[in-house]
Structure formats: structure tokens, C-alpha cells
Design a protein around this ligand. Sequence first.
Ligand SMILES: NC(=O)c1ccc[n+]([C@@H]2O[C@H](COP(=O)([O-])OP(=O)(O)OC[C@H]3O[C@@H](n4cnc5c(N)ncnc54)[C@H](OP(=O)(O)O)[C@@H]3O)[C@@H](O)[C@H]2O)c1
Length: 246
Amino acid sequence: MKAWTPVPQVVGIIGLGKLGSALGLKLRDRGFRVLGSVKSPKSRERLTKMGFEVHLDNNVVVSKSDVVILSVKPYNVEEISVKTEKPLISFVAGVPLSKLSAFSNRPFRAMTNVALTTIAVTGPYDEQIDGLLKAISPRVIWVDEKLIDPLTVVLGSGPALVAKLLDSFVRASVDIGVPWDIAKEVADELFRYVPLLMRQRSPEELVEMIATPGGTTIKALVEMAEIERVMASAFEGAMARLVPKR
Ligand SMILES: NC(=O)c1ccc[n+]([C@@H]2O[C@H](COP(=O)([O-])OP(=O)(O)OC[C@H]3O[C@@H](n4cnc5c(N)ncnc54)[C@H](OP(=O)(O)O)[C@@H]3O)[C@@H](O)[C@H]2O)c1
């Protein structure tokens, strides 16, 4: 029988920025010891005040950790000169496993967002890494590496894209005379409730339930027909910007 392996207790985060510190705070809440690195003394000072052990030398972070998380901007990856046998999980957009193997002989490539809703990860399945990531988000999906790029757009940029949809819904409501506060409350409830409804019914069934022939819903839906093309073109544009980074 395979021996039970505990998840790593000390996590080192190279790049304690917006995503790195969100990951660090969640791991700390879950009882992990978290330390990390940044580039500037100013960021180090700010993060130290938040209770993190922060270094300006990435190799110190690697030496003191059981597992390393990489969360620098893609253009900072060239500056990273660590080399370890410890597992390294990179959340850096657009940087493939083949490149990460320069930093660790156990590289994993992952994607999430600042809300830490879901984590997609690629690499050979590893129970310890799965356990560590599940401490951050219960929704961890192991995927083929080719899915990480599209998921970077859908999942990584997801909160900004959904915020844009929600905001458009509110503004269109205000445009036809609904007060701001009511428009926001209605939109907020709908964006929470409709995904639950869609677990029981397909979008087509839902539309047929609501849209009376010749009625107002179908008129609004026909006017919104372009949204699918606009969204597809937005996602394709984001992918085109992501992939040449390689
Ligand atoms: N933000 C998101 O919503 C999101 C979502 C999914 C994936 N990601 C990915 O996560 C990565 C980080 O994004 P972010 O938005 O968190 O960026 P960020 O806020 O700019 O954080 C980057 C951090 O890396 C540090 N850094 C830069 N060069 C370094 C080096 N050579 N050694 C050690 N630390 C270094 C920076 O230090 P200083 O503070 O001193 O400059 C900063 O704290 C990106 O690759 C991005 O693609 C981000």
C-alpha cells in the first residue's frame, strides 16, 4: 500500500504580488507557513507589515520551502535564476512546462484568478500538489497542458470579464429608467441564481420558458444576438496576445 504523504507545510511564493499574496493569504489561513519574495524593498516593507516573511533573494525562498509557487509577471521570468529539485507550481500566464523545467525538475503549470474560484493544473498527477491546491480552492482540475492557455483567458481574466457583463447589465437597466441601487441588486441576484437554474435546464429550455412569441424577452434577445460574436472575438484577441509571449 502506498504510504500517505502529507501536503507540504512551508510554501515559498516567488512574486508576492496581487495573485501571489491572494494565494499566500489563503494558504496562511489554512495553516501553512508562507514566505515569499518580491523585487522592490517598498513591496517587501508593505508585505512584511501584512505579516509575511519576505525576501529579495529568490534562492533564500527556495531553500526554506517544501514547495515553490511562481507568480511573477511573464516579462520577469527571464530574471528568475532558481534551480531546485522541489516541486514548483507556476501561475505565470503563457509560460510552458518546457520552460519551467529550467527552474525545477518537478514543474507544474497552473491557472486561477484573484478570487481563487477554480484552479486548473497540468503536470504529472501528484497527490501532494493536489492537496496543497485544494487547500487554496476545493475546485482543482487536472488538465492537459494545451488547455492552460484558453483557461488563462476564461479563468484568469474571468472575474474582469464577468464584472464587465454584470456592469453592462446594470447600465442597460439604468438606461431604461431603473434606479442604480435597484439595478445593481437585481443584477447581483440574477448572476447568482441563473447558474443554479442552468444546472437543471439548458439555456434553450430556460429561454423558451420565459420568452413569449412576439413579447419583450424575445425582442431583447434578438437585439443581443451579436453578443456571442463579440465575446468570441474578445476571447480570440486575448489568446492571440497570450500565445506569442512564448
Ligand atoms: N492578477 C491576476 O488576476 C492573475 C490571474 C491569473 C494569473 N495571473 C498571473 O500571475 C502572475 C502575477 O500576476 P500579478 O497580477 O499578481 O502581478 P503583480 O501584482 O505585478 O505581482 C508580481 C510580483 O512579482 C514580483 N517580482 C517581479 N520580479 C521579480 C523577481 N525577479 N523576483 C521575485 N519577485 C519578483 C513583484 O515584485 P514588486 O512588487 O517588488 O514589483 C510583484 O510583487 C502573472 O504571470 C499573471 O499572468 C494573474
